[in-house]
Structures are given as structure tokens and as C-alpha cells.
Design a protein around this ligand. Structure first.
Ligand code: SAH
Length: 391
């Protein structure tokens, strides 16, 4: 067990908070910028590494603050390269992140809450209950830790994975160890980050926004805004606030049903925020250049996957310019639904495609480690459907 929290954590603080700290030390504001870069761009593990600060500042910081990321307590390696990380937080709460390597990009899926209060009928996180909002350092620390692990792993040529795949997850696989190869530092560009793990990010707005800013800041993690996607059921007041941010991430909306009636059966939040209002807000959302609003639709066998549902979805999205991502249900014994048949997925997809709705089907990843069990959802592996032929 980690020790009970002692000193406050420097990691997770924003520019304003760092500014106050350096002012308190009687130092000029540029010192806060230096610390910011050490925390989020270079991702120092200790104040002692911040070599462009004076010894006096380093000592004062180290005396008053910790610098730490959440602790990785388990790793689950999938045959397909996906790695699921389990983090244990100071109060014993656990959250998960997933690392998904692809040929030309790598994706990290992160959590914003321990558990989730939304209770969507098909989602394991909701079924397992809600504990609390994560703090900024707990959100950002997932990204820092996973990026760090991916980099160490690459530098070790994958040897580490075999040694660390013990634990409660299924599917750990021995990999051949290679001789040590050097890898360039992995800064920003090649990474995608999706806020699609446990919890509803817009119910933890303050912490999530602090994390989003540091992720997109060129002096921070430097993830391009279009490569950072926030997934939400559409908490409207928070979505409106997010639109006011000077730099915004890409947006994914969890739709899952084509009508209000069916959506409220699957997602109790529909009673609060109407499906049509959510779509209207998403259409006004200023998407980053090169991005697009994605409507996520989990296909549940016999429940929302019939041709009539597909046609209703076409009507619902008429005039909107987002794309639809169909997600065959990842089943689990606790989930009272079945996955769709392959034919149902194909037919659903065909109907959207013929109506000239851009659609993709998400291929499950990491199933052998339960990474795609619905607690953690992966934004990769989308199989594009051929462009519809104009009538
Ligand atoms: N609360 C946010 C983010 C977390 S859920 C949201 O709802 O968007 C991220 C995605 O995982 C959502 O699209 C969600 O519906 C999907 N998901 C949840 N359980 C699933 C399951 N069992 N199978 C497939 N996708 C699932």
C-alpha cells in the first residue's frame, strides 16, 4: 500500500498554482515556466532533476512538495500488444488505463473517475459503482506513467514486458528479449490520447480541464488537439463550458440509441440531457482542425442493432456532419446484453453508409486481458467502411 498522502504533489499543478509557489519563494514568474516544462514536457521524476533551477529553489520545493505519479500495481499484456495498467491511488481506489500500439500511432486511454455514477445499462464501470472524481495529477499521471513505460519498453526491446506480466489479468505472454536498442524521446506527435476510460469526464470538469490543458500545451505533453479525444454522454452545462476553452480537444459523444425512448432505457442520463440537445451542442462544438465529432454507438444484439434503428439513426443525424463509430458490445457475465451478430453489424453499417453517413466499426483490442471489457474503451482499430457510392 502506498503511504498516506504527506506533502502536496507538484505534479498536476497548473501554471497559476506554480506561479503562486514561485512568488511565495520570492522568485520571478519565469521559474514557474521552467517547472511546468520539467513536470509535463520532460516529465522529471524528482525535483533534483530540474537542473536549471537554483539549488535553493530545488531544496525549497523538495522540502515542501512531493513529485509523483500514481502507482502502477498491475500490468496485463495482450497478444495484440495492448497493455492494460491498473493504478492504485492513495485511498486504495483503483483506475485503469490502456496502451494500444499501432503501426503509425500509439493510443493511451485514460480514466477520469474511480467508478462512474451514470449507470449505463451495458457498461461494467457503472455496474461496479462510483467512488470519486480523480484529481488532475491522477489523470495526468496515467498518461505520464504509460508514456514512460512505453518508452522504457521500447528501449529495452520489449524484454520488460515478459517480466512484468504477472498479476490478475489474463493473457500475459512471454516475448523474446532483444538486445538493448536506443529509441528517440517520445514527445507529443505520435501519441493519441482518448479520455474514454472509467468515468464521465464532464462530471469531473475542473480536474479534467486542467489535465486537458497540460496535455495539449506545447510546453506540456504537446499532444495535438485533434489527437486528444474526450468522450462524453453529453453533460450539457460542462460541454458548453468546454466550448469556451481557447484550445479544445476532439469530441466523441456516446449516443447508443437513435431515439429518446430507447436511449433512456440504456442511459438514465437521457432524462437529464435530451439526445437532440446533446447532438445540437455537439454540432456547435468547435472541433480542432483535422478532427470530427464522433457518435459512438454500442451495438447490443436485438436491442438497438436492427435495420429500423439504423434508419432512425440516419434521421436523427440528418444535417449533422459527425461520423458514427459502431462498437459491437464487449460482453461480460455482469452485462445483461449480448453482442450483435456479424450480419446485424454489416447491415447496420450498410444502411448508414448508403445514407451517406460516415461510419466505422471498432475492432476489439486486448480482449484476452479484458482491456476492452467496457470499462476501458479503445479508440483504435476502427475499420473504415468503403465510401458510399453517390446515388
Ligand atoms: N463516460 C464517457 C466515457 C467513458 S465510456 C462516455 O460515456 O462517453 C467510453 C465508451 O465505452 C462509451 O462509448 C461507452 O459507451 C463504451 N462502452 C461502455 N461499456 C461498453 C461495452 N460493454 N462494450 C463496448 N463499449 C462499451
Amino acid at each position: 500500500m502506498p503511504l498516506p498522502p504527506g506533502k502536496p504533489n507538484l505534479f498536476g499543478l497548473d501554471r497559476a498554482a506554480l506561479g503562486e509557489i514561485v512568488a511565495g519563494l520570492g522568485e520571478p514568474p519565469y521559474r514557474a515556466e521552467q517547472i511546468y516544462r520539467w513536470l509535463y514536457r520532460r516529465r522529471a521524476r524528482a525535483v533534483a532533476e530540474m537542473t536549471d533551477l537554483t539549488k535553493g529553489i530545488r531544496e525549497a520545493l523538495a522540502a515542501a512538495y512531493d513529485l509523483r505519479w500514481p502507482e502502477v500495481v498491475e500490468r496485463g499484456h495482450s497478444q495484440d500488444g495492448t497493455i492494460k495498467y491498473l493504478f492504485r491511488l492513495d485511498d486504495g481506489a483503483t483506475v485503469e488505463s490502456v496502451y494500444i500500439p499501432e503501426d503509425r500511432r500509439r493510443t493511451i486511454c485514460i480514466s477520469t473517475q474511480a467508478g462512474c455514477p451514470l449507470q449505463c445499462a451495458f457498461c461494467l464501470t457503472g455496474i461496479s459503482g462510483y467512488k470519486r472524481n480523480l484529481k488532475p495529477w491522477e489523470i495526468l499521471g496515467q498518461v505520464a506513467a504509460v508514456m514512460h513505460e512505453a518508452r522504457s519498453e521500447r528501449e529495452r526491446g520489449g524484454a520488460q514486458s515478459a517480466a512484468t506480466s504477472e498479476g490478475g489479468f489474463r493473457g500475459g505472454r512471454e516475448r523474446p528479449s532483444h538486445s538493448r536498442v536506443s529509441a528517440p524521446p517520445e514527445i507529443g506527435k505520435a501519441w493519441n490520447v482518448v479520455v474514454m476510460g472509467m468515468g464521465e469526464p464532464l462530471l469531473n470538469y475542473e480536474s479534467t480541464v486542467i489535465a486537458l490543458r497540460a496535455l495539449m500545451d506545447p510546453d506540456g505533453f504537446a499532444v495535438a488537439p485533434r489527437k486528444l479525444t474526450l468522450s462524453t454522454v453529453g453533460i450539457l452545462p460542462a460541454l458548453e463550458k468546454l466550448m469556451q476553452e481557447p484550445v479544445r480537444p476532439n469530441l466523441a459523444i456516446s449516443l447508443h440509441a437513435p431515439t429518446k425512448e430507447l436511449r433512456r432505457e440504456l442511459m438514465p442520463i437521457e432524462d437529464r440531457y435530451d439526445i437532440k440537445d446533446v447532438i445540437a451542442a455537439a454540432q456547435r462544438y468547435p472541433i480542432p482542425r483535422g478532427g470530427a465529432v464522433t457518435y459512438e454507438y454500442v451495438l447490443l444484439g436485438g436491442v438497438n442493432d436492427q435495420p429500423a434503428h439504423a434508419r432512425a439513426l440516419v434521421r436523427l443525424l440528418a444535417g449533422s456532419n459527425g461520423k458514427v463509430n459502431l462498437i459491437p458490445l464487449n460482453p461480460a457475465p455482469e452485462i445483461p446484453f449480448a453482442p450483435p451478430t456479424r450480419e446485424a453489424v454489416d447491415e447496420f453499417c450498410r444502411i448508414l453508409s448508403e445514407a451517406r453517413v460516415t461510419v466505422s466499426v471498432r475492432r476489439p483490442r486486448g480482449q484476452d486481458i479484458l482491456a476492452a471489457c467496457g470499462q476501458l474503451h479503445l479508440k483504435r482499430g476502427e475499420v473504415p467502411v468503403p465510401a458510399p457510392v453517390a446515388p
